[in-house]
Write a protein that binds this ligand. Structure first.
Ligand code: MN3
Length: 201
């Protein structure tokens, strides 16, 4: 069964001024669509055609680079759109807040560590907050890899992911990736992240 582009859970302009409308239109409508289309092309007529996206991603080390890159791209972007929301941001609460404080010292220390993971990822990739052995960790992956993949340096269950490819921010922030990573805190959908945390821990 062919994969399809999920609808954005909000309007393209809903994340202004932190992420601009044109970036969202191109990022979702062109980049994410291309991952979906190229994934479908890469699995057509193969055994992978009947596997779930999660199944493909977990076996990234033994599938073709086209399936790994485009399957990862499809999974990561679907996860990213849901990680953001208009009028979001603020601070996490409840058990998630407790777990962040336990793992990183404070919410501010977590933000510093997460921003560093995104800023120091050379080239293109992702910054992640994951659950690993019941605890929270920050990690990053290159290209369209993610922490669910057997090839990931740090494996775990992602509960938050931020795209640090230039296509995610260049129109508004140009070379200033740190400014994009500062603005993104205004958009994090902490209730979604808390829901994922509850399911993963
Ligand atoms: Mn992207």
């Amino acid at each position: 069964m062919a994969f399809t582009l999920p609808a954005l859970p909000y309007a393209h302009e809903a994340l202004e001024p932190h992420i601009d409308t044109l970036t969202m239109q191109i990022h979702h409508g062109k980049h994410h669509q291309a991952y979906v289309d190229n994934l479908n092309k890469a699995i057509a007529g193969t055994d992978n055609e009947n596997k779930s996206l999660e199944e493909l991603v977990k076996h990234a080390g033994t599938i073709s680079p086209a399936v790994r890159n485009n399957g990862g791209g499809h999974w990561n972007h679907s996860f990213f759109w849901e990680s953001l929301a208009p009028n979001a941001g603020g601070t996490p609460t409840g058990e998630l807040a407790d777990a962040i404080n336990a793992a990183f010292g404070s919410f501010d220390d977590f933000k510093t560590k997460f921003a560093a993971a995104g800023t120091t990822r050379f080239g293109s990739g992702w910054a992640w907050l994951i659950v690993k052995d019941g605890k929270l960790e920050v990690s990053s992956t290159p290209n369209q890899d993610n922490p669910l993949m057997d090839v990931a340096e740090v494996k775990g269950t992602p509960i938050l992911g931020v795209d640090v490819w230039e296509h995610a921010y260049y129109l508004k922030y140009q070379n200033k990736r740190p400014d994009y990573l500062t603005a993104i805190w205004n958009l994090i959908n902490w209730s979604k992240v808390a829901e994922r945390f509850a399911a993963a821990k």
